[in-house]
Write a protein that binds this ligand. Structure first.
Ligand code: UDP
Length: 480
């Protein structure tokens, strides 16, 4: 019988979507797969998994565990960071998933008696369980090698401690290119002890004890850093990205149904039909970024000032008190379409009318744009996004928004407001400057390269097949 692999996705859109994609690929290649999550999260992927099982006959199942909303004092249905409207709620969701669900998850995994666990990197406890059950544990890292190398070099050489102020630049030793950063751009855990820093450390420790680490990236995208990463970590990195390219082959995304606000989204696709090719700027900052109203006003004025058609996606805001300033936000006309809520990002990026994408540099957004040949405006905000933006700049794939140089500790943006002039300048540079020709050409080339990586003989394709073989080999070894 084929080996049985249990998947544990973390309740955050970017992590969850990617891990479910790996689960579906494993099932496609003949492994038996069970995904464990909470009921509300299943809505995000149940249809595709059901189709894989019922239509294509694959062995892929979903098991659910009740989310401890009552214990956390949360309303029913808030089980994913995407539903969190404040840092406090996000913290509770995280605590519920990582700590309160640990015992029931352990119990369910024991009952399922799998041959292998593929767990989001944040479920560090799965490494102990896997050791106890004598099965391999693979950790899933939803980021790139470059970031992992930078993190290592910052920890090792602490160049940020050798400058006098937050705004002074320093070079990061140990990397393969000269990368300069300001202290204000790096995560706070490099500068002081934080909960997140402790979590990062325990993720690294658990990864080192794991059988392997799976990455949603590929060596063609960052060849030098794929090698440096393995040297630093002393562990083979299984890179199987961009996952969306593999998944596109399994099923073409045709409808945005099932996504919150899909009616608006379909409207927006019809709106795109009336726009010229490559003329529209798509502006979206990931699944949960929330700007202040002041910053949103600057963004809208900049987009209008640049005078290109645009789609702007905004998430529910914190500071409702000055909503009056933003009445014009909720409009749709020839030049702009504003979505408050969830946008069908991949469908939008795929549209021929899209000529650029302003992004917060979440890794999934970057990969989605690059695989579709869409050039980027990088406006990093939190998490590892400043490093992702540096990688994009290094590869000549993006224009940076000037003045966006303060890291935020979470998805609620409190960094100094970036002026409309700076935003407008970045838009104009990408949408009609001479320099953007080169960026567009680089992005087109990258799209081809990424496609090649996921085709037979490409590095990600080979890694995926080798990874599946490795799991089969471990299962046979364990059964004898
Ligand atoms: N996304 C989407 N619609 C939205 C916002 C986000 O479809 O309105 C998707 C996007 O396509 C990507 C993911 O959510 O797959 C966001 O992941 P990313 O790593 O870019 O950022 P994060 O949300 O983790 O900050």
């Amino acid at each position: 019988m084929a080996p049985h692999v249990v998947f544990l996705p973390y309740s955050m859109m970017s992590h969850l979507t990617a891990l479910v994609q790996i689960a579906r690929l494993f099932a496609f290649h003949g492994l038996r797969v069970t995904i464990i999550t909470t009921p509300r999260n299943t809505r995000i992927f149940q249809a595709s998994v059901d189709k894989d099982r019922l239509v294509s006959g694959r062995s892929i199942y979903v098991r659910t565990l009740k989310f401890p909303s009552g214990e956390l004092g949360l309303s029913e249905g808030i089980e994913n960071l995407v539903s969190a409207t404040s840092i406090e709620i996000a913290g509770k969701v995280h605590y519920g998933i990582i700590h309160l669900l640990q015992k029931p998850l352990e119990q369910m995994i024991r009952q399922l008696d799998p041959d292998c666990i593929v767990s989001d990197m944040l479920f560090t406890w799965t490494v102990d369980l896997a050791e106890e059950l004598h099965i391999p544990r693979f950790s899933f890292q939803p980021t790139n090698f470059f970031y992992q190398c930078v993190r290592h070099c910052l920890t090792e050489y602490t160049p940020h401690n050798k400058v006098d102020s937050d705004s002074e630049s320093f070079a990061i030793p140990g990397l393969l290119h000269e990368i300069k950063m300001k202290r204000s751009e790096i995560e706070d855990y490099f500068k002081e002890e934080t909960y997140y820093g402790k979590m990062v450390k325990s993720v690294i420790d658990a990864d080192l004890r794991s059988h392997g680490i799976i990455h949603n990236t590929c060596s063609e995208l960052e060849p030098a850093y794929a090698e440096l990463y393995e040297k630093i970590r002393g562990k083979k990195g299984w890179h199987v990205g961009p996952l969306s390219l593999f998944i596109n082959k399994l099923d073409e995304v045709k409808s945005s149904k099932g996504i919150p606000n899909w009616k608006d989204s379909d409207d927006c696709l019809s709106w795109l039909e009336n726009q010229e090719p490559n003329s529209v700027l798509f502006v979206c900052f990931g699944s949960s970024t929330k700007f202040s109203n002041n910053q949103l006003t600057e963004i809208t004025l900049a987009l209008k000032g640049a005078n290109f058609p645009f789609i702007l996606v905004v998430k529910e805001q914190q500071d409702h008190h000055d909503d009056n300033n933003n009445k014009e936000m909720l409009i749709k006309n020839d030049k702009c379409f504003i979505i408050k809520g969830w946008a069908p990002q991949v469908l939008i990026l795929k549209h021929r009318a899209i000529g650029g994408f302003m992004t917060h540099c979440g890794w999934n957004s970057i990969l989605e744009a690059l695989t579709l040949g869409v050039p980027l405006i990088a406006w990093p905000l939190f998490s590892e996004q400043f490093h992702n933006a540096n990688l994009l700049e290094q590869l000549g794939l993006a224009i940076r928004v000037g003045g966006a140089d303060v890291w935020n500790s979470g998805f609620i943006v409190s960094s100094p407001v970036v002026s409309r002039e700076k935003i407008e300048l970045a838009v104009k540079r990408l949408m009609y400057s001479e320099e953007s020709r080169k960026i567009r050409a680089n992005v087109k080339l990258m799209a081809e390269t990424l496609k090649g990586a996921t085709e037979e003989g490409g590095s990600s394709h080979s890694h995926l097949i080798a990874l599946i073989e490795e799991i089969k080999r471990c299962a046979i070894k364990n059964s004898t």
